[in-house]
Design a binder for this molecule. Structure first.
Ligand SMILES: *[C@@H]1O[C@H](CO)[C@@H](O)[C@H](O)[C@H]1NC(C)=O
Ligand SMILES: *[C@@H]1O[C@H](CO)[C@@H](O)[C@H](O)[C@H]1NC(C)=O
Length: 492
């Protein structure tokens, strides 16, 4: 048993970082950098107005969004950055979301006002962990930063449910076969970048301005070497889905005195999903993490472990191992702070483990689709030095990060068994935030070839070429079951 526990000190509560949006786009030789903004949603209503009945339109969660422009002239839209799905689409149906006002506050794309829109006759239904979107494919000009992608196939929703923003899809097709050229594919085809690779720097809660770099890395944003981890073959993954799956070999904790607690060697396939607010790990790991916090209270309704908010200020981290590489997530980043509640950033899932935003905030990750590797290092911020990713097997440069090493833990802080089930020590009896909708995708990836999902809408002949492979009738993969782990959304 672990005697040493993360206990809250008697100091002020941590505040939720305010988001500050900043436009900064850089384009260099072979890479395109675009900011990623943490969008917290509107502030909760003022106290005095709490008695109002109409309270269904408040949102306070965290979404990571990228601003792009679509059409000619360019129309701005904000899209959720999603490494858990491949399709890019716009214009969610705001009548079918809980957060109507938030949804409506974002600009929409209107193809009748674009000179470059080429509306196809092909469509599709995309089914996510929570919600779905019925889209029509349009060929359009998409501008990300200073990079202009021509003739990109994107979806324009004709109907959608439970999704408050459009999506920028960055994953391969879970089926293992792309239905049509996705954004990353088109960028390579049009010579904007040299290989299908991008790096992601989400940043911690105190510094919400991260970056997405197509075709490049920023050595000023990580510490030490990037560890190269093979992306698991689809057949080796829990649900035979082609995703950004790698093998996690251990977990642990770094305690406030700098000593470490480490699990036995594990072999857990996990996939990295920026569209998932929480991480989802096997129950024994989730329970072991929770047991490390003195006053963790389990909420049987949601699976959340509530913690005293002061814990977020304690030195220490939740650690993830990939072979020799450790990624240490500070408690401040791992604990999800929302509406004055502090919730442990992990939920149980044995079927399809996910490392979501509560992990990605601490990691610098290069996603190399061409060579099927992820490259991963501890994120930091010590300036900017953009290096292009070339092509070929060694396309991702093995550049060492310029940021200073973290102190190496020397002592061992006792043992904690990460494989045994343990019941919660105490139960949460408060009300918690109300109207919680959890939208992680583990169940979604099961959806496949369901008869309830219509195929592509093809209303005329000759439209097959319009949406590339997207219009290949009869293909099961075509139902593009973009399985996403949509973010968790809180409704006050
Ligand atoms: C989309 O989601 C809504 C709400 O859950 C549901 O009623 C509808 O049948 C779904 N549509 C498809 C095509 O899955
Ligand atoms: C729309 O796309 C089709 C297929 O690529 C092409 O043949 C057609 O010329 C395009 N139309 C316009 C107006 O660009």
């Amino acid at each position: 048993m672990l005697p040493l526990i993360f206990a809250a000190p008697l100091i002020g509560a941590a505040s939720v970082a305010a988001s500050e949006r900043r436009q900064l786009v850089t384009r260099g030789d072979g890479f395109i950098r675009s900011p990623v903004n943490a969008l917290p949603g509107p502030a909760p209503r003022l106290r005095v107005r709490q008695n109002e009945i109409e309270v269904d339109n408040q949102l306070s969660g965290t979404r990571y969004v990228v601003d792009v422009e679509i059409g000619t002239p360019g129309q701005p839209v904000s899209l959720i950055l999603d490494t858990g799905s491949p399709d890019t689409w716009v214009n969610p149906d705001c009548d079918n979301v809980n957060q109507v006002a938030d949804c409506e506050s974002h600009p929409r794309y209107d193809y009748t006002k674009s000179q470059s829109a080429n509306v196809t006759r092909a469509g599709d239904v995309l089914v996510y962990g929570i919600g779905n979107a019925t889209i029509r494919y349009v060929r359009e000009t998409v501008t990300i930063g200073s990079a202009t992608i021509e003739n990109q196939i994107i979806g324009v929703a004709t109907e959608s449910h439970s999704i408050p923003l459009g999506i920028l899809g960055m994953s391969p097709n879970p089926s293992g076969r792309n239905d049509y050229p996705y954004i990353l594919d088109t960028m390579v085809d049009q010579g904007l970048i040299k290989s299908r690779a991008f790096s992601l720097d989400l940043r911690g809660v105190d510094n919400p301005n991260g970056a997405l770099i197509f075709g490049g890395i920023d050595t000023g944003k990580y510490i030490g070497e990037l560890a190269k981890l093979p992306i698991l073959d689809r057949r080796e993954t829990p649900r035979t889905a082609d995703r950004y799956y790698v093998t996690m070999t251990g977990v642990g904790l770094t305690l406030p005195d700098g000593s470490v607690v480490q699990s036995e060697t594990l072999e857990v396939p996990v996939f990295l999903d920026s569209g998932s607010t929480f991480s989802y790990l096997p129950p024994a790991i989730y329970e072991a993490f929770a047991s490390a916090f003195n006053d963790a209270e389990y909420d049987p309704r949601t699976g959340f472990y509530y913690l005293p908010c002061d814990v977020a200020d304690v030195d220490g981290s939740v650690d993830f191992y990939f072979g020799e590489k450790a990624i240490r997530v500070s408690l401040n980043d791992f604990i999800w702070q929302v509406q004055g509640y502090c919730i442990l950033g992990v939920l149980p899932d044995n079927e399809e483990p996910i490392l979501g935003d509560t992990f990605l905030r601490a990691a610098y990750v290069v996603f190399d689709q061409d060579n099927r590797n992820l490259h991963i290092a501890q994120a930091a911020n010590c300036g900017t030095n953009l290096v292009a990713i070339g092509s070929g097997v060694d396309a991702v440069p093995s550049s060492t990060g310029e940021c200073t090493e973290l102190p190496t833990p020397t002592a061992t802080g006792g043992s904690l068994d990460f494989t045994t089930s343990r019941p919660p020590a105490s139960t949460f009896t408060g009300s918690g935030p109300t109207g919680v909708v959890i939208g992680p995708g583990p169940v979604a990836s099961k959806v496949s070839g369901s008869t309830e999902i219509p195929g592509p809408t093809q209303t005329g002949s000759g439209s097959s070429s319009e949406a590339g492979g997207g219009a290949r009738a009869g293909s099961a993969a075509l139902v593009a079951l973009a399985v996403v782990n949509m973010l968790l959304v809180w409704v006050v």
